[in-house]
Design a protein around this ligand. Structure first.
Ligand code: PLP
Length: 494
């Protein structure tokens, strides 16, 4: 959006001078309405307050008061000297028809346009933690003192690894991951098949970039993880939404409607967002289809460390006899997302190609965090941290499930809650997801609507009952209690 367009929106905000409602409240309501109906979109920078005052002929205090209210309610984000922005957490009303790039002398390339629009609507965490933020592990459980000591030790003794090092990643770390993945997930590999990445996001981008040509059909779970459909779209792939039911991805549907897909993306241990795990017959059917069609299967095993009941099914990779599965893992859930460490395990020939692609992209992932992680695993802190955090997550999961049953049993039905950091809660009384989510933001709680994960192009076969994804692992009990109270008020219309 151009600055003049934004100024036009602001200049026409409805304000009534002399009305009983103070001007700052009117301004607050008008900006909020413009955000919610999509005239002001997430990430947009608002003009400096002095421009705002001039455009509307109001005092600076009026604008500051309105901004303060909107910031407190999560509509705006800002800091002194950095500017004020529409929060990226606010759900967009409708995507603009095409991405404008103000100030660009030449248009983006078609490929560039695909890349910059592929994850436009993916929010990132802003502001302090609050109920029921998704995607966050319990960060206050992380032994930062230990990590600090391990990193400091490495900083004190820089060695040849501090130059340009192996694009595949720090070898001792790959060796340790190899042992860990074999023991915990049955993954069959050698350290040479592991490539360390900057989070699983980079793994998904590299895989999409080197395996897919524009127009290639790919299967994507629907509803599914946008962090994965983004790189697929950025590569120009034709993303084909495949429904998910209680047994996971509906392989028969994919085979019937898009048999020639080049790649399938799946979260078989714990489907994102529905939380189901893929049944063994489906796993075998998926592998047989991929082997027969020479398709790739990307197994995203993002939070398999956290399982609270029953033995986990072995990874899909462990069942693969045809070398078609690429296993993608992350440290974002088991440690924390800001660390940006992930990895992929690929069949040997593909691993070599991925190492070359990784070198093109960023040479290699930063070495010191890789070294600290290797020490963290080798000295037993990793295993201890997982055990401690698993217990804490299970307690918080129980708190949420019991709280919903106690206070909101007539309003919500919980989906599977036997693993992960979040759970699905479906509306029993036909609430509208967007309305509930917005009401949540107004009351300072985050309620991620399930339709966030839906592919707009998907047919009715992919429809899921309306509901929300509620994060629990990172949410302290008092905040969770507060969130449940607010959620109850919203659902009961109070
Ligand atoms: C399905 C899925 N995969 C992977 C990730 C983690 O991505 P990254 O490793 O890039 O932080 C997430 C985070 O929410 C996720 O939901």
């Amino acid at each position: 959006m151009s600055a003049s367009h934004l100024h036009q929106i602001i200049a026409t905000l409805p304000l009534q001078r002399g009305a009983s409602e103070p001007l700052f409240r009117q301004l607050y309501a008008a900006i909020k309405a413009a955000i919610l109906d999509g005239r002001m979109s997430p990430g947009m920078q608002l003009p400096p307050t002095r421009d705002f005052c001039r455009l509307l002929a109001v005092s600076r205090q009026t604008v500051l008061n309105a901004y303060a209210l909107l910031t407190a309610e999560g509509y705006l984000d800002g800091a002194v000297g950095r500017g004020t922005f529409v929060s990226v957490e606010v759900p967009m009303a409708a995507p603009p028809a095409k991405m404008e790039a103000p100030g660009l002398l030449r248009p983006l390339s078609a490929r560039g346009q695909g890349v910059v629009t592929a994850m436009r609507q993916v929010a990132y965490h802003r502001g302090p933690l609050r109920a029921f933020r998704v995607g966050m592990p319990r960060i206050d459980h992380f032994p930062f003192d230990v990590w600090n000591r391990l990193e400091a030790r490495r900083w004190r003794r820089p060695d040849h690894h501090f130059g340009y090092s192996d694009p595949a990643g720090y070898l001792p770390l790959r060796e340790l991951l190899c042992v860990y993945l074999k023991a915990s997930r049955g993954v069959q590999c050698t350290p040479q098949q592991i490539v360390i990445t900057s989070g699983s996001q980079q793994a998904l981008f590299l895989l999409s970039t080197i395996l897919l040509a524009p127009g290639d059909p790919v299967w994507m779970e629907s509803p599914g993880y946008r962090g994965a459909s983004g790189p697929l779209r950025a590569a120009g792939a034709r993303v084909f939404p495949v429904p998910v039911d209680a047994q996971g991805l509906d392989v028969a549907y994919g085979m019937a409607h898009c048999p020639q897909a080049k790649l399938a993306y799946v979260t078989p241990s714990h489907q994102m967002p529905l939380g189901v795990s893929m049944s063994l017959p489906r796993r075998l059917a998926l592998l047989a289809w991929a082997a027969h069609n020479k398709a790739w299967v990307v197994e995203d095993d993002y939070d398999s460390e956290y399982r609270y009941a029953g033995a986990p099914l072995a990874s899909l990779q462990s069942l693969d006899r045809a070398g078609c599965v690429v296993y993608v893992g992350t440290l974002s859930k088991v440690l924390f997302p800001g660390l940006r460490l992930g990895y992929m395990v690929a069949p040997p020939a593909l691993a070599e190609a991925l190492v070359q692609a990784k070198a093109v992209m960023d040479r290699h992932t930063a070495i010191v965090p890789q070294m600290a992680l290797a020490d963290f695993i080798a000295e037993g802190h990793f295993g201890r941290h997982i055990r401690r955090t698993r217990d804490s997550n299970a307690e918080r999961r129980d708190l949420l499930v019991r709280g919903i049953a106690r206070e909101l049993g007539d309003q919500l039905a919980c989906g599977p809650a036997d693993s992960g950091l979040e759970l699905c809660a479906y509306f029993r009384a036909g609430h509208d997801e967007e309305t509930v989510s917005r009401a949540g933001l107004e009351r300072g709680i985050e309620l991620r609507p399930l339709n966030h994960y839906a592919d707009p192009a998907a047919g009715p076969e992919c429809a899921t009952p309306p509901g929300m994804l509620l994060g629990f692992a990172a949410i302290p009990p008092a905040e969770m209690e507060h969130g449940l109270q607010e959620l109850g008020r919203i659902l009961r219309g109070r």
